[in-house]
Ligand binder design. Structure first.
Ligand SMILES: [Zn+2]
Ligand SMILES: [Zn+2]
Length: 150
């Protein structure tokens, strides 16, 4: 993410916190900064690793809590894949994911036709849809190449 976009996202976070009456903690700022730098749908453990390089005193629980809080505020999103660790996504605008079933790589794609998919009425289930991602599952280029090399 370039410097300007990153600054805009940090400003957006400050604004959201002000609106929602959340205190801006130093630790959440560091975690946000790290997630914005990791463009690759990091897991909480990968974020923890990167945060620990800057500040070795930060605990695992703090990083996990900060990620949950950032996702709740809406400055990052959570990409959930069944049975796998939650991946955090610094992109909040509508986009979709290619998920490699071998190496768990998550690749962003944008496609207007996917964005326009009609969302079914889930009110009978008492469920309110806030957002959706289409997940296309398969094998990434690297894994396919590895497979093809004898
Ligand atoms: Zn792969
Ligand atoms: Zn994504």
């Amino acid at each position: 993410m370039n410097r300007q976009t990153k600054q805009a996202r940090i400003d957006e976070y400050r604004r959201l916190c002000r609106e929602q009456g959340l205190p801006l903690t130093e630790q959440r700022m560091v975690v946000l900064d790290v997630v914005l730098d990791l463009d690759d749908h990091p897991t909480a453990d990968q974020v923890l690793e990167a945060v620990a390089r800057r500040d070795p005193g930060v605990s695992r629980a703090t990083v996990y809590r900060a990620l949950e809080s950032l996702a709740r505020v809406g400055v990052i999103t959570k990409a959930c894949h069944p049975g796998k660790a939650v991946r955090y996504d610094s992109r909040t605008e509508t986009h979709h994911h290619l998920v490699c079933l071998r190496c768990d790589e998550v690749i962003d794609i944008t496609d207007e036709r996917l964005d326009a998919l009609p969302v079914p009425d889930t009110s009978a289930l008492g469920f309110e849809v806030s957002d959706f991602r289409v997940q296309l599952r398969g094998t990434c280029r690297r894994c396919r190449e590895l497979e093809e090399t004898p």
